[in-house]
Design a protein around this ligand. Structure first.
Ligand code: BGC
Length: 356
């Protein structure tokens, strides 16, 4: 799904239209909360993170204002958007950084204005001024992908694997890669491995096409870091006439990926409960903006070091999804409904997977 053309640079959403000069909350100024997301080629941000965050914030605080922007995978754009949010009077930044290291400069600008920053999904590196980090256990995501790939390879000797990793500027990509290597190294032959700038599915497709040429189409498995790159790898294999397709991993439980799994084109994805992540972020942002003490149960003392400091952290648990448990994971959780998944082309596969 591509939303790039539909996404305005910065959107200011007031949940309540203020009555002539009235504040609506007893004379105090309504709080402004900025949500800064990194890109729009990956479906989750516009279709899940943004609406879940918006709805939760609205429920917590009917007169809060949400300042929303999407950087379309450009770090300088994100810096400008963050500065605009601060100029606009944002009381807290919830920032999913395009570039984890570069985003430390945003934290410094926020700190200068006493505005707390929550590192959302991706860790902001090398700054002691970051307030919170809220994400999934990302090394576990890579380990789930590696473990599923080994299961699919079913002990095949000397299996040839291609690894399509994510954007090296994203700390998550590093963790996914480490997690996958921790499972695969010594058990399969990793014949080709690529980092994929900007997580671009088109680049992933080119990387896979190159690997197929180099390996004479002999690939037993593909460790793709997310559904976008997995989709690119599958497209390259189809174009090169690879049949049957080898097992391919993914992440995000995108609708297109769930349907590819049903069709047998993709082996697995990783479901991350984005609703829980976005709602926890909205709750944390609300507490920080209003000066409410953050309950200790939020982090339970958990921290993650970002190279400068142990940052109080919330890490949610990812879940591996194959054809066998689509029904008990993404459908049971309401992430996708049966109607979303089981369109005419997938009706038979849905019945076979027990989703009908
Ligand atoms: C996120 C993934 C996403 C990827 C590309 C990662 O940081 O955790 O869910 O697929 O970025 O946007």
């Amino acid at each position: 799904m591509r939303f790039a053309k539909l996404v305005p640079t910065l959107v200011l959403v007031g949940f309540v239209v203020m009555a002539c000069g009235g504040s609506g909350n007893g004379g105090t100024t309504p709080k402004k909360i900025a949500l800064l997301l990194p890109e729009s080629k990956t479906a989750r941000y516009e279709s899940k993170d943004r609406p879940f965050f918006t709805d939760k914030l609205k429920a917590l605080c009917s007169d809060c204002q949400l300042i929303y922007s999407n950087a379309n995978q450009d770090a300088p754009t994100q810096q400008t958007q963050a500065e605009a949010a601060l100029t606009n009077g944002a009381n807290v930044l919830v920032l999913d950084p395009v570039d984890g290291a570069a985003a430390a400069a945003i934290v410094a600008k926020a700190k200068a204005k006493n505005v707390p920053v929550v590192s959302y999904d991706r860790l902001i590196l090398g700054t002691a001024d970051l307030n919170y980090y809220l994400s999934f256990d990302n090394a576990a995501v890579g380990a789930l992908q590696g473990t599923a790939l080994l299961t699919a390879l079913n002990g095949k000797a000397n299996a040839s694997v291609v690894m399509i990793n994510g954007d090296p500027a994203d700390n998550n990509a590093k963790l996914f890669k480490q997690g996958a290597h921790s499972i695969l190294d010594g058990k399969v032959q990793i014949k080709k491995e690529y980092d994929t700038p900007s997580w671009s599915p088109d680049t992933a497709q080119k990387e896979m096409a190159g690997a197929l040429v180099a390996l004479g189409n002999k690939v037993d498995g593909v460790l793709a870091a997310n559904d976008g790159t997995g989709g690119g790898a599958i497209a390259a294999m189809k174009a090169a006439g690879v049949k049957p397709l080898p097992p391919v991993t993914g992440q995000d439980a995108e609708l297109a990926a769930i349907q590819r799994i049903l069709a047998g084109d993709q082996y697995m994805t990783v479901y991350k409960a984005i609703k829980a992540e976005a709602e926890a972020a909205a709750t944390l942002a609300y507490d920080l903006a209003t000066g409410t003490a953050v309950p200790t149960s939020m982090t339970n003392g958990k921290t993650v070091n970002n190279g400068a400091k142990d940052i109080p952290s919330v890490l949610l648990t990812p879940v591996a999804v194959t054809k066998a448990n689509i029904k008990d994971t993404v459908v049971a959780d309401g992430f996708w409904t049966k109607a979303d998944i089981c369109t005419a082309d997938f009706a038979t596969a849905c019945t076979a997977a027990g989703i009908s």
